[in-house]
Design a protein around this ligand. Structure first.
Ligand code: ZN
Length: 416
């Protein structure tokens, strides 16, 4: 076991020092990339696939006691199958059904994972204060499992990823949704109920396996999830414009490779969509979307913060979310896509390309589109002003041009 732990540490903990840029660091830079990043269809047995790849890439690494986390929906889609495949391989899997991405769910996972307890502190990207009041110390000690699998959409992945991080266990991400880039990112979003959400730092997954057949679905929300993933990806274009602007104003150093990595997928997806085919069920397109979202997540790991994939449009999302009492109606991807269109008008860059692409995929390009998504235009206008309170140390087009200029951009992008 000691040997395994050492190998895992070598494999996972290539975190070399702290970012020393112009701004204080948010998380240590993670020079870690997943050992496995696979996009495929009809992977017969994901545990066997991962086992073979790990044995090839890291000889001596083996996991005998996996914890597999899913929810009621993804249990049927893939969770139970993965558990029985582990059993067939001779492993001793334990499964756990979670209901949402709250700290209460994470605490329950920590409790079943530990043999004896000691105290650990939490850290996060935004603010610890709200969490500290509620969950000052959480317990940690000798573990029952040697790896954690998350099988599901955003909330399952976030819960499993964060529990794995707190337990210092490797994490395998098996997404059943491509609605945002969280399935491969080093961050976890935790739901605080009435207090909203919080973004915490975690570890980059050891492996990310996207089985396109698990992602495709005929449920009513499927197309909206794909549209949201496209929106989150395209918003990298304006996030990077903001980052380059911050560099020109000597606020934060731009790193060209992380920036490139964040936007190349967005550009490719825009090009793919020009063909006008039915992309929702097209394996080739879904593969490109999955890889592009992984590249976006990897850019954040590489840079050590969400900067490559989060600019004004993400501030606007957080502000709008808060103004609606954390019940925004629209998805993360839809809201950041709207913010990106505003930002593109203010930057005077990409606005035509974005509008064409939004028209093609059904993201909002006019006031009616906003309403169809459940976005209130007046609240959005108020959110532009409120966004100045979100991540104030992140310099974007909002800090550069001011609230009025961005509100004008809203009138331009979405005339009344
Ligand atoms: Zn996002």
């Amino acid at each position: 076991m000691k040997l395994i732990n050492k190998t895992i540490d070598q494999c996972l903990n290539r975190i070399n020092g702290t970012y020393k840029g112009y701004l204080s660091p948010k998380i240590p830079r993670q020079f870690t990339i997943p050992v496995i990043e696979e996009v495929n269809n009809r992977v017969a047995s994901i545990p066997t696939f991962i086992d073979r790849r790990l044995k090839r890439d890291i000889p001596g690494l083996a996991f005998a006691s996996p914890l597999i986390i899913f929810d009621e929906i993804t249990r049927e889609i893939a969770g139970e199958r993965i558990v029985s495949q582990f059993r067939e391989m001779g492993a001793r899997p334990t499964s756990r059904i979670v209901a949402g991405n709250s700290f209460a769910e994470i605490e329950k996972i920590l409790e079943i994972s530990l043999k004896r307890f000691s105290s650990l502190e939490f850290d996060c990207e935004i603010s610890t204060s709200r969490f500290d009041r509620k969950y000052g110390a959480i317990k940690c000690g000798e573990k029952r499992f040697d790896i954690i699998y998350g099988v599901g959409g955003g909330s399952v992945i976030d819960t499993a990823k964060y529990a794995a991080y707190k337990l210092n266990l490797p994490f395998v991400s098996i997404p059943t949704s491509l609605a945002n880039d969280g399935f491969a990112s080093p961050f976890a979003v935790i739901n605080l109920g009435q207090d909203g959400t919080m973004t915490l730092c975690a570890n980059t997954p050891l492996a990310v396996v996207v089985d396109i057949d698990l992602v495709k679905s005929d449920d009513p929300g499927y197309q909206r999830r794909i549209r949201s993933g496209i929106g989150d990806l395209l918003s990298n274009l304006t996030a990077v414009l903001d980052w380059q602007l911050a560099d020109r104003q000597n606020k934060e150093r731009y790193e060209s490779y992380s920036g490139f990595q964040a936007i190349c997928g967005a550009r490719l997806v825009m090009k793919e969509l020009q063909g006008g085919r039915d992309f929702f069920f097209d394996d080739h397109f879904l593969g490109i979307l999955a890889c592009s979202l992984m590249a976006s997540a990897e850019a954040m790991s590489r840079y050590g913060s969400s900067r490559p994939a989060s600019g004004f449009e993400h501030k606007l999302y957080h502000a709008y979310n808060e103004l609606t009492g954390f019940n925004p109606g629209a998805t993360h991807g839809e809201l950041v896509a709207v913010g990106a269109l505003l930002s593109s008008h203010a930057h005077d860059n990409y606005q035509e390309n974005l509008k064409q692409t939004y028209d093609c995929v059904g993201l909002p390009t006019d006031s009616k589109g906003l309403a169809d998504c459940g976005i209130n235009r007046d609240l959005l206008l108020a959110a532009v002003a409120a966004a100045t309170e979100v991540k104030p140390d992140r310099y974007t087009i909002l800090e550069d041009r001011g609230v009025e200029a961005l509100q004008k951009a809203l009138h331009k992008a979405y005339p009344e």
